[in-house]
Ligand binder design. Structure first.
Ligand SMILES: Cc1ncc(COP(=O)(O)O)c(C=O)c1O
Length: 372
């Protein structure tokens, strides 16, 4: 009897650059880690107060999210995108990584006749990993020259087998803004649910941020996180909203798995969503760091380092990405991530997350002798 090969988890991408870290030890102040998009700036004081004062530690929290959290989400969507979504069509997740990583399993149970997950060819690696963990096919959709999904490149056969299409705008790592209306229309035409990962939407640089839900809820689900918006990656809270049937299905399945955002964290999520001022401040921080670091890296390397359309990553073409990464860490103690972490098509690029405090960026400039 033929058996499938046993699954062996691949090395976690970021562990592959651990060997570069000792190269920064000689610098006073050590390593400046720009490889991971982990926020370092503080969340608002109201969030910290809510974490400690919610009185929600004792009982089990609702898996779907408290009424207050789901209401805070819909109020935020009203303010941010001028759309009306019912709290019934919203549910919580424990940060969005687990949602992305487990979604294909649940979709496959719902549609056993399908087995394929479509995702951007240069993207957050968990889209592909979610497919693998569900025993599905992950099919990378090529990007257009402007960094959006090339929907015309999806074959009819793959569309027929697709459980989901992932779109990510602004995208990690490219920062590109995608055409969410076109993605929603493609999904409806092919009867494929479209999941729109919008965790960087508050950091949209040219104009206002967009959600796929502006184009109707039918067949689409928007996925959001407070990790980036509110510097809460350590508390783990996100949410998804959209097509009533899909949201209902997912929230019921996820209840059975015990996917629950801790009660105090749900209270903190309400405080974070109710406050827009800290997001303004964070936006200004990221924008100025993007500009400063791009200028420093350009001055040092002579390479073009464009400002992205959204997000907080510099994504630029260097040719030999591993070599560039090593050269930079030796020269400055700053660690980037090689582009192949985000797909084979990204292997000539590197990514720099501008998550470190301004003093660290000053230090990189000093170490490189940059005037910028
Ligand atoms: C595109 C994208 N989606 C989702 C996530 C997951 O974030 P979290 O699990 O903290 O919500 C990340 C994190 O870097 C990301 O870049």
């Amino acid at each position: 009897m033929a058996t499938a090969a046993p699954f062996v988890p691949p090395p976690y991408p970021y562990e592959r650059i651990d060997r570069f870290k000792p190269l920064a030890e000689g610098f006073e102040g050590g390593l400046i880690d720009l490889s991971i998009g982990t926020p370092c700036d503080p969340p608002p004081a109201s969030v910290i107060a809510a974490l400690g004062g919610s009185n929600a530690e004792r009982g089990y929290p609702p898996s779907i999210g408290t009424a207050q959290l789901r209401r805070a989400v819909t109020d935020w969507m009203q303010r941010r995108f001028a759309i009306e979504v019912s709290p019934d069509d919203v549910a919580a997740c424990i940060g969005t990584k687990e949602f992305v990583g487990t979604l294909p399993q649940w979709l496959r149970l719902r549609r056993p006749d399908r087995d394929t997950v479509l995702y951007p060819a240069i993207s957050y690696p968990t889209y592909a990993m979610g497919a693998t963990l569900a025993g599905c096919r992950g099919v990378a959709v090529p990007l257009t020259p402007t960094g959006g999904l090339d929907l015309t490149a999806i074959s009819a056969a793959d569309a027929e087998r697709a459980l989901a299409l992932w779109v990510n705008s602004p995208g990690n790592p490219t920062g590109a803004i995608d055409d969410l209306e076109a993605a929603a229309a493609w999904g409806r035409r092919h009867d494929v649910p479209v999941f729109s990962d919008e965790c960087y939407v508050e950091f949209t640089w040219g104009g206002r941020g967009r959600t796929i839900l502006e184009h109707g809820l039918d067949g689409v689900v928007a996925v959001h996180s407070l990790s980036k918006r509110s510097n809460l990656a350590g508390t783990r809270v996100g949410f998804y909203a959209g097509d009533p049937e899909l949201v209902e299905y997912l929230r019921e399945v996820r209840k059975h798995v015990g996917m629950m955002v801790p009660g105090p964290v749900q209270a903190a999520g309400v405080a974070a969503l109710d406050d827009d001022a800290h997001v303004e401040l964070q936006r200004a921080r990221y924008r100025s760091r993007l500009e400063r670091l791009a200028a420093i890296l350009h001055e040092w390397s002579g390479i073009e380092v464009p400002i992205p359309a959204g997000g907080f990553y510099l994504w630029f073409e260097v040719g030999a990405a591993w070599e560039f990464t090593e050269r930079l860490v030796r020269a400055s103690g700053a660690l980037l991530s090689p582009g192949e972490f985000y797909g084979a098509d990204g292997d000539r690029f590197v990514r720099a997350a501008v998550v470190q405090p301004d003093e660290c960026i000053d230090r990189i400039a000093e170490r490189l002798g940059a005037r910028a």
